[in-house]
Design a protein around this ligand. Structure first.
Ligand code: C2E
Ligand code: MG
Ligand code: MG
Length: 625
């Protein structure tokens, strides 16, 4: 009996030594490792290697769903039994197995004779039994009296767990739980350091770091421009005082959410102060674009009313904007200058203020012009003028180009070059374009009604119009509204727009061709001209850009380019029109190069519709120069 007792004693000491070794290994891992997953993996590895357990796994418990999710495992047999269950939530049914019992009473559950335990569910135990495991223990991981998870250990020996081992293992479990708690608190601390708790978006510290990153990236890309804006909610202190803290917090959360939606994935967004939000976007430095972008964002965020309890409330904001690299080459000065811009927005009463004075000057002009243009659209202050196109061989009138003008009561006739870009940026071009079609078709109809024989009339189309899905339909509707199908309408579209999205565009162009509408490629030679594409496109006419015509007599390259364009176009059966022909010399060379038609001051400046009517009545020779 002595011998038997000695052997048992030695075995006990060996078991305890194994568990002591795990305990110290795991405790040193806890000190080293600050990542939850890495810690779990290491705990499992130590239990297997130092403790000789064949199956070890850890699960995290979700109190809401009452599910246990296996997150880590170790041991030869764990690989085949538990690994496939990793991340798959386990639910528990009656009768409760060991793991379920531990979850229920938050206490250690163990068995020194696994085969004798009642079979339950589809747990891992049947498979473990088949592989010869005899003892098992489930340890609760408890944080602040709550069950955070379980750690399960299986060994092949039977009768493995005695009071002493269980006590040590329980201690081990509480060390792991402590580490988990510590990691969670550390994460929270990090979160607090970088995120705004109320809204969940970045805080000023993180925004500063992100700005640094963006600067580094931009510097590498030849100082690629971006801007930083800070929005300040107006009278938010009043709101706070009237509505109370809770309701104001809710408002701030709504603002943050809308800003988040507006910022999308490309923008940086942070709450940098109580009622201050900052954004940053990679954008063209051009003031007009930045203005429209920021204004669009402000409109999206602040135009719709906010929910404040049972009532709705409107909030407004001011913004300061600074642009990299013009307004600062490092994060600090950039940020300081945005703040300065915001201060001057407040003191000057502007909704939007840039740091750089010239940007503000542009902004002022832009805003003024924009308002005036909106009024111009409403009051129908636009007029259509028509410039003749002349057949170079016969001198006969062969076309008219409709060119929009703005009859500004304060400034007279204003050229489209000054307002078309703004119409495009604000989207007003769609309405203006619709007007242009109606006007041109109306004038054409009137000339027919007067018994004149007007040539085909072309209308210019801008990128914003052309890209719209409903563009073909809108032209068709304009034609239907004019009541005549045979008016002779063509479209002028710049080369770069056509080449932009070829496949999509071909379909649109073909639709126009089917409607009997010719497509003139405007400003040809200024964009990227892919000749192979040009052959595929259903276009009828190329218009050689003014810049070549202007220099053709003095610069031989221009002459060469023009002659190449003409022969290329003819080989594709396209008609060629030269734009901006001002001199007899130019006309002469163009005639020699077999250019089909010309348009320019030499043949006549753009004229209002009634003068076109007079011209159409007059003998043809009036046009041939
Ligand atoms: P564009 O289509 O290339 O029009 C030709 C421009 O050259 C016109 O300027 C015309 O007045 C000008 N021009 C014609 N002959 C001569 C000449 O001999 N010498 C010089 N220096 N210039 C000449 P405009 O009317 O100021 O129009 C500028 C641009 O605005 C047009 O270029 C066109 O792209 C756009 N545009 C005009 N009307 C419309 C419109 O209704 N809708 C759209 N989307 N764009 C329009
Ligand atoms: Mg044109
Ligand atoms: Mg042109």
């Amino acid at each position: 009996r002595d011998v038997a007792e000695r052997v048992e004693q030695e075995e006990r000491i060996a078991r305890l030594t194994r568990i002591y070794r795990i305990l110290s290994g795991i405790n040193s891992a806890i000190v080293r490792i600050h990542d939850r997953d890495a810690l779990f993996e290491e705990v499992c590895r130590i239990a297997v290697e130092d403790g000789g357990f064949g199956i070890v796994w850890i699960g995290l418990y979700n109190h809401e769903t009452r599910e246990l999710v296996p997150v880590a495992c170790g041991g030869v047999d764990a690989e085949s039994i538990v690994a496939k269950r990793r991340g798959v939530p386990l639910r528990f049914e009656l009768p409760l197995g060991m793991v379920a019992r531990t979850i229920q009473n938050k206490q250690v559950t163990y068995s020194n004779d696994l085969p004798a335990e009642p079979a339950v569910g589809d747990g891992a135990r049947p498979e473990a039994l088949r592989r010869g495991y005899h003892s098992g223990i489930v340890l609760p991981l408890i944080i602040e009296d709550q069950l955070a998870g379980t750690m399960t250990l299986y060994t092949k020996e039977s009768g493995f767990f005695n009071d002493e081992e269980i006590k040590l293992l329980d201690e081990l479990a509480s060390d792991v739980a402590f580490a988990l708690d510590h990691i969670a608190k550390e994460e929270k601390l990090n979160y607090l350091a970088y995120y705004d708790q109320l809204t969940g978006i970045a805080n000023r510290t993180l925004f500063g770091l992100q700005l640094e990153q963006r600067l580094t990236a931009s510097r590498r890309e030849k100082k690629r421009p971006f801007f930083v804006a800070i929005f300040n909610l107006e009278r938010f202190r009043n709101v706070n005082e009237t509505l109370g803290r809770q309701a104001s917090d809710k408002l701030l959360q709504q603002v943050a959410q809308r800003l988040k939606d507006a910022a999308g994935e490309t923008g940086l967004l942070a709450r940098v102060g109580g009622d201050h939000f900052a954004v940053s976007f990679l954008r063209n430095e051009d003031a007009g674009r930045v203005v429209h972008f920021v204004e669009g964002m402000m409109a999206a965020v602040f135009d719709p009313p906010f929910e404040a309890g049972a009532t709705q409330l409107r909030l407004s904001a001011r913004a300061g904007v600074a642009v990299y690299p013009a307004d600062g080459e490092d994060a600090d000065s950039l940020y300081r200058n945005v703040e300065a811009a915001l201060r001057s927005a407040k003191s000057s009463g502007y909704r939007l203020h840039f740091y750089a004075p010239q940007m503000n000057a542009t902004l002022k002009r832009t805003l003024l012009l924009e308002n005036k243009l909106r009024a111009a659209l409403e009051k129908q202050q636009f007029v259509m003028h028509y410039q003749p196109k002349v057949d170079l061989a016969t001198g006969a009138l062969c076309g008219l180009e409709g060119l929009i003008r703005w009859n500004d009561p304060d400034g007279g006739l204003i050229s489209p070059q000054e307002f078309i870009p703004l119409l495009e940026e604000t989207g007003m071009i769609v309405e203006a374009g619709r007007w242009a079609f109606h006007q041109a078709l109306g004038d054409l109809q009137e000339w027919f009604r007067l018994g004149l024989q007007p040539p085909r009339v072309s209308v210019n189309v801008s990128a914003v119009q052309f890209r719209r899905e409903d563009f073909v339909r809108s032209v068709r509707e304009a034609i239907a509204a004019s009541g005549s199908e045979k008016l002779g309408l063509d479209l002028e579209i710049t080369e770069s727009i056509i080449m932009e999205d070829i496949e999509d565009n071909i379909a649109k162009l073909r639709a126009f061709k089917d409607m009997g509408i010719g497509i003139h490629v405007d400003d040809f030679g200024t964009g990227y001209s892919s000749l192979s594409y040009l052959a595929k496109l259903p276009v009828s006419t190329l218009k050689i850009d003014q810049s070549f015509v202007r220099n053709m007599v003095t610069a031989s390259e221009s002459m060469t380019i023009i002659s190449i364009i003409i022969s290329l176009a003819h080989s594709l059966d396209l008609v060629v029109v030269a734009e901006g022909v001002e001199t007899e010399d130019q006309a002469k060379y163009l005639r020699l190069l077999k250019c089909n038609a010309a348009q320019g001051d030499l043949y006549g400046k753009p004229l209002p519709a009634d003068e076109v009517a007079r011209m159409l009545r007059a003998p043809r020779r009036a046009l041939s120069a």
